[in-house]
Write a protein that binds this ligand. Structure first.
Ligand SMILES: [Zn+2]
Length: 209
């Protein structure tokens, strides 16, 4: 089974992906992670990607497509962070066809401004290991200190309500077409992402059965 998992920052995508990975025996493929990995390993693709990053330019869709094609050779995946726009969705369709694979569902964790602002403005991130906390839903044992590595927790500078609201609007505007694309294909699965982690996950399980 192959799945695309989609949602705004703060929609709980990462947490849900980890659970799905384990229960459905899928491999999570995060575009951000594989790009960083390619760059780190100095592969041919990685060097090309690094060139764009150094210029501060977006990595072109066809280059990203090649990276994705390599990554989805696995048997059963959750694609996270890709596709981000309609053009990338077309590129992915082409790749899947060439590889004789198909995606069962485009799972969209639907949220709203209030939820996203709450989750992101109360988010704290470990400076050392990158672990995520939430000051009320998932607080560390000792305030300001990471449970895993005793690193210092910090807040991202752009995780303030005003900036989060702006980013949320941009997210909605940019993604309408992408959602339409998968809706027309008949594989859009819309999940209420404002509910608790457990509720969201049981809804995902029901929908994917
Ligand atoms: Zn840590």
């Amino acid at each position: 089974m192959n799945i695309i998992l989609f949602g705004a920052p703060g929609s709980g995508k990462g947490t849900q992906a980890k659970r799905m990975e384990k229960d459905f025996n899928l491999k999570q493929i995060s575009l951000g992670d594989i790009l960083r990995e390619q760059v780190k390993n100095k592969t041919e693709l990685g060097q090309e990607v690094e060139g764009y990053m150094k210029q501060g330019a977006l990595v072109p869709d066809d280059v990203v497509g090649r990276v994705i094609k390599e990554a989805i050779k696995v048997d059963g995946f959750i694609l996270d962070g890709y596709p981000r726009n309609e053009n990338q969705a077309h590129v992915l369709d082409q790749i899947l066809q060439e590889m004789n694979k198909e995606v069962k569902a485009f799972v969209y964790l639907d949220s709203n401004e209030e939820t996203i602002v709450d989750r992101l403005s109360k988010r704290r991130i470990c400076k050392a290991c990158g672990a995520n906390y939430h000051t009320t839903n998932l607080p560390p044992k000792v305030e300001g200190i990471c449970d895993n590595c005793q690193g210092e927790l910090s807040q991202r500078a752009d995780d303030n309500p005003e900036t989060i609201k702006k980013r949320w609007q941009v997210f909605l505007d940019e993604n309408r077409k992408l959602l339409d694309f998968y809706d027309k294909k008949g594989i859009l699965v819309r999940i209420d992402g404002t509910k608790s982690i457990d509720e969201v996950y049981s809804e995902i399980k029901i929908q994917l059965k």
